[in-house]
Design a protein around this ligand. Sequence first.
Ligand SMILES: *[C@@H]1O[C@H](CO)[C@@H](O)[C@H](O)[C@H]1NC(C)=O
Ligand SMILES: *[C@@H]1O[C@H](CO)[C@@H](O)[C@H](O)[C@H]1NC(C)=O
Length: 407
Amino acid sequence: MAVSSYVPRGMISAVTLLACRRSPIPGRLRRRQLPAINFSALLLHSSTAMRASQEEFERAKGQAKLLKEDPGNEVKLKLYALFKQAAEGPCTSPKPGMLDFVNKAKWDAWNALGSLPKDTARQNYVDLVSSLVSSQSLSQEKTSSNDKKPEYENLVVTREGNITKIMLNRPTKKNAIDVKMYNEIMLALEAAVKDDSFLTVITGNGDYYSSGNDFSKFATILPNEIEKRIEDASMLLRKFVDHFIDFPKPLVAVVNGPAVGIAVTLLPLFDIIYATDRATFQTPFTQLGLSPEACSSYTFPKIMGPAKAAEMLLFGRKLTAQEAYAQGLITEVFPDSTFQKEVWTRLKAYSQLPPKTVMASKQLIRGFEKETLHRVNFEECALISERLCSDDSINAIVNFINRKSKL
Ligand SMILES: *[C@@H]1O[C@H](CO)[C@@H](O)[C@H](O)[C@H]1NC(C)=O
Ligand SMILES: *[C@@H]1O[C@H](CO)[C@@H](O)[C@H](O)[C@H]1NC(C)=O
């Protein structure tokens, strides 16, 4: 039974995190796996191709020393062996003792090349180095967020004056946040911390701000993976929310349409929240046997009082923009027809204020709470992991997916 790949309203944070692949760490921090190198292709190629000159060999030797990432032991041994073979010919030195692990591994690698001609070894060495250099500079381009702009699949990140605009860009999925988007948002926030922009704005492309978690991939999880997935999901969620708790610059939500689940619970971690009068705000966790996230169990009661917070967080009551405004969840509501114009005019004016002063004041306002928020985040993620393993949640999600797939 096919699950529709997009689930409209009821989707909630944390649930689809289940669908995540094993990579809760943003690309920048992840150790990159270099592409596998096909040694036989190299050998084949070089037996017919032109031989590398001594000059190319010397240059490759220099490049090998400058590789930024450790290519791993197997590749390093291969490099060593080819280098020795190219420089000295077949291995004739005595085999090192069994316990001299490092030298024995090197000897084995060199000896394995047998009678490979020197110039072939030289060519192979040059080819191997050049494939390492190009694969590393490729992965560097993809992961480095300092020097080069990261490329995003599910976001459009633009810079206008002093404003960094992060636009959720899966309009056909109502900007549902999948694992990739979680990771990309974290990368975009990290980049915004480092660049010289002042205001950071998050908004959505299309009719929705965001429909929350995308758990369309939930159905593909195998039973024996569930525990691991839940652990990964909980780690990813915690890290994601930490990015908002710690964000040092003014953070603005431009809520261009309905918001659901984590798109709502995160809002109190923003400094300004502007919404169109078309927006609605809903956090239907309980229907899925789940519990609140993004520190909402702490921030919501604080902002709107426990009585109002409970109706949202426990019973999933949906608020209109006016209600959300009345309860202090958002800063201001604008008529939809003039929303973009009014909001951006105001943000442009704000973005000319002295950044250091604003940041210092933000630090003062938020500083007292940070430690508490981190603790709340930790506890919420722990409870979500527990809830996800519960019958309530598993039944609710299975029913939810079945219901959707029949539509
Ligand atoms: C490696 O290259 C050789 C020669 O081009 C090819 O026959 C072989 O299929 C390749 N192996 C892999 C795993 O790509
Ligand atoms: C950016 O902010 C500075 C103050 O830090 C201000 O002088 C400048 O006009 C702003 N630039 C734009 C394009 O708004």
